[in-house]
Design a protein around this ligand. Structure first.
Ligand code: UD1
Ligand code: CA
Length: 455
C-alpha cells in the first residue's frame, strides 16, 4: 500500500471535435448519465483528499451538473493538450500526494482498477490494455524488462510502432513532486503540436525513474470515447452487462441485446422483461411483474403481479398490485393506481388516483381526477380539466358506471353508484344512485334523402 495521500485529476476540457456537438463531450450521456458522472462516482469510492477536474472555458453546464460534489474545478483557458491540462492543476496539488490521472472520455474505469494502479510501487504507473484493433490509441513501447520506455501517439507512430497492440488507456498514477519536475519538460514537437501528457514516460525514463504498466483485462472499462460510434458501442457493452447482472440476480430478461437501463432498476422475484424496454431513473418492479415489449418506464413503482402490456409509457407513477396496463397506455406523473386496476389501450392518465377494481379500458383521458372503487369508465370518456387558464378536479365516487364518450367538465363530483348515459357532457355534479344524461334526443327524419350523383 502507498502511504501518500491520494488526489485525483480528471481531464475534461476537450471539445469533442469528432462529435461536432455543442455539448461538452464528457456530458454526453452513457446509460442515461453524463460520462463524467460515471467517473466521478468511481473516483468517490476511493475517498481521495481532492478531486480536480479540468474543464474548458464556457462550460458552466458541466459544473452545474455536479453541484453537490466536493470538486475543485480548474479551467484550462487554452486547450493545448493533455500535458497542458494536467499543468493547470499543479498549483492546487499537495506535492506529497500520489496523483491519479483519468480522462473524462474513458468513463468506465472501475474503482478497483484505479486502486490497483495507485498501489503499484513505481514513480509512474500506466494502465494499458491489449486490443485487437489498437488504432487511434497511443501505443506502449516497452523496454526489455517489464517497464515502459515510451508512449507513441497514433499520429506520431512509425509503421512498425503502429503494429504494437498494447495501448495507453490514458489512466496514470504518479507522485506529484516527480510530475511537477517532468511537466515543464514537455514540448509541442509532435503531429498534434500539443503538450502531450504521454511524453512524460520518456522523460521519466531519461531520469531513470521506474515506469510500470498495469494491464487491464476488461475491454469495456478502458474504452475511450471520441465519436458517437464509440459511444454507442460502449453503451451496448454496458447495457449487456447490466442485463447480465440482473439475469444473474434472477430477473428473466428475454433478450439482453435489447434491454436498456438508464438508472436504477430494482426487481422482485419472477419478474419477466420482454424485448426492447427502456427503464429510466428509479424503477421498482414487484414480484411476478410482467413487462411486455417496447415499453418505456421512468421513475415508477409497479407492484407485484401487475402486467404492463406492449408499447406502454409510464412516468412518475405508482401502479398497485394485480393491475393490467396497456397495450398503448400512457401513465403520466402523479398517477396512483390502487389495486386490480385496468388501464387499456390509448388511455392517458395524469395526476389521478384510481381505486380498486376500476377500469378505463379504451380511448380515455383522466387528468386531475380522484376515482373510487369499482368504477367503469366507458370508451372515449374525457375529463375536461383545463379551461385554458387553470386546472380543475374531477371526483368520481365508488361504483359509478360511465357510458361511452362522456365529457366531465371539471370541477365536478359524480356521486357514488350513479350511471352516466353515453355521449353526455356533464357540467353539473351528479347525485349518488341517479342516472344522468345530457344529450339531444334522437330524431327520425323521414323526408330527407341522401344527395345523389346526377348521372
Ligand atoms: C489520449 C492519449 C492516448 C490514449 C487515449 C485513450 C494523450 C496525448 N493521448 O488520446 O495515448 O491512448 O487518450 O483514450 O494523452 N483534454 C483536456 N485538455 C486538452 C486536451 C484534452 O482536458 O487540452 C482532455 C479531453 O477532454 C479528454 C482527454 O483529455 O477527456 C483525452 O483527450 P483526447 O484529445 O480525447 O485524447 P486522445 O486523442 O483520445
Ligand atoms: Ca479520447
Amino acid at each position: 500500500m502507498n502511504e501518500k495521500s491520494l488526489e485525483v485529476c480528471i481531464l475534461a476540457a476537450g471539445i469533442g471535435t469528432r462529435m461536432n456537438s455543442s455539448i461538452p463531450k464528457v456530458m454526453q450521456p452513457l446509460a442515461g448519465r453524463p460520462m463524467l458522472g460515471h467517473l466521478i462516482n468511481s473516483v468517490e469510492a476511493l475517498n481521495p483528499a481532492n478531486i480536480h477536474i479540468v474543464i474548458g472555458p464556457e462550460t458552466d453546464s458541466v459544473r452545474q451538473a455536479f453541484p453537490s460534489q466536493k470538486i475543485n474545478w480548474v479551467t484550462q483557458t487554452e486547450r493545448l493538450g493533455t500535458g497542458h491540462a494536467v499543468m493547470q492543476i499543479m498549483p492546487h496539488l499537495n506535492k506529497d500526494a500520489r496523483l491519479l490521472i483519468l480522462l473524462g472520455d474513458a468513463p468506465l474505469i472501475s474503482s478497483k482498477t484505479m486502486q490497483t494502479l495507485i498501489d503499484v510501487n513505481a514513480h509512474l504507473t500506466v494502465l494499458t490494455s491489449v486490443l485487437d484493433d489498437p488504432r487511434s490509441y497511443g501505443r506502449i513501447v516497452r523496454d526489455e524488462g517489464d517497464s515502459i520506455s515510451a508512449i507513441v501517439e497514433d499520429r506520431d507512430a512509425t509503421e512498425e510502432q503502429k503494429k504494437i497492440n498494447e495501448i495507453n488507456t490514458g489512466v496514470m498514477a504518479a507522485n506529484a513532486n516527480a510530475l511537477s519536475a517532468w511537466l515543464p519538460q514537455l514540448s509541442v514537437q509532435n503531429a498534434q503540436k500539443e503538450l502531450l501528457l504521454t511524453d512524460i514516460i520518456s522523460i521519466a525514463n531519461k531520469e531513470s525513474m521506474l515506469v510500470k504498466p498495469v494491464i487491464a483485462e476488461d475491454k469495456m472499462e478502458i474504452s475511450g470515447v471520441n465519436t458517437f460510434g464509440q459511444l454507442a458501442r460502449l453503451e451496448r457493452m454496458l447495457q449487456q452487462r447490466y442485463a447480465r447482472d440482473l439475469q444473474d440476480a434472477g430477473v428473466n430478461i428475454l433478450d439482453p441485446q435489447r434491454f436498456d437501463k438508464r438508472g436504477e432498476l430494482l426487481c422482485g422475484s419472477d419478474v419477466f422483461i420482454d424485448a426492447n424496454n427502456i427503464f429510466e431513473g428509479r424503477v421498482t418492479l414487484g414480484d411476478r411483474v410482467h413487462i411486455g415489449a417496447n415499453c418505456h418506464i421512468i421513475d415508477s413503482i409497479i407492484e407485484s403481479d401487475t402486467v404492463i402490456k406492449d408499447y406502454s409509457h409510464l412516468q412518475g407513477c405508482h401502479v398497485g398490485p394485480d393491475s393490467q396496463i396497456g397495450p398503448f397506455a400512457r401513465l403520466r406523473p402523479g398517477t396512483f393506481l390502487r389495486k386490480k386496476v385496468t388501464i387499456g389501450n390509448f388511455v392517458e392518465v395524469k395526476n389521478t388516483k384510481i381505486g380498486e377494481n376500476t377500469k378505463a379500458s379504451h380511448l380515455t383521458y383522466l387528468g386531475d381526477a380522484n376515482i373510487g372503487e369499482h368504477v367503469n369508465i366507458g370508451a372515449g370518456s374525457i375529463t375536461c380539466n383545463y379551461d385554458g387558464l387553470k386546472k380543475y378536479q374531477t371526483r368520481i365516487d365508488d361504483n359509478v358506471f360511465v357510458g361511452s364518450n362522456t365529457a366531465f367538465v371539471a370541477p365536478i363530483v359524480i356521486g357514488a353508484g350513479s350511471t352516466i348515459g353515453a355521449g353526455s357532457v356533464l357540467t353539473k355534479d351528479v347525485e349518488p344512485e341517479t342516472l344522468a344524461l345530457s344529450r339531444a334526443k334522437q330524431k327520425t327524419v323521414t323526408t330527407w334523402t341522401r344527395p345523389k350523383d346526377k348521372d
